[in-house]
Write a protein of this length. Sequence first.
Length: 79
Amino acid sequence: MSWVLYPTFDFCFKGVESGSIVAVGMIGCKHSHLSFMRGYDAMLEQVDPSAIICLGDPFPDMRGNIIPVDYIGSRKTVR
C-alpha cells in the first residue's frame, strides 16, 4: 500500500478488496510518523485488511493483524 497526503486517500486504496492481505513499508516513515499514521488509519478504514505485512519495525500505535518482516534479514544478495 502506498499513499502521500490526505488528498490521495480518496483514490490510493481503490481497487483493493476489503479484507485483503496488504503490505506496508516503514523505510523512510520514521521521520513523518503523523503523516504515515493518517494514511495508515485511512487504509484500515477503507480496506479493512485481514493482515498487514510490515516491512520494517511497526510503530507501536499501528493497529491490525500486523506481520513484521525484518528488512535487513529479508534481503538477498544476488551476484
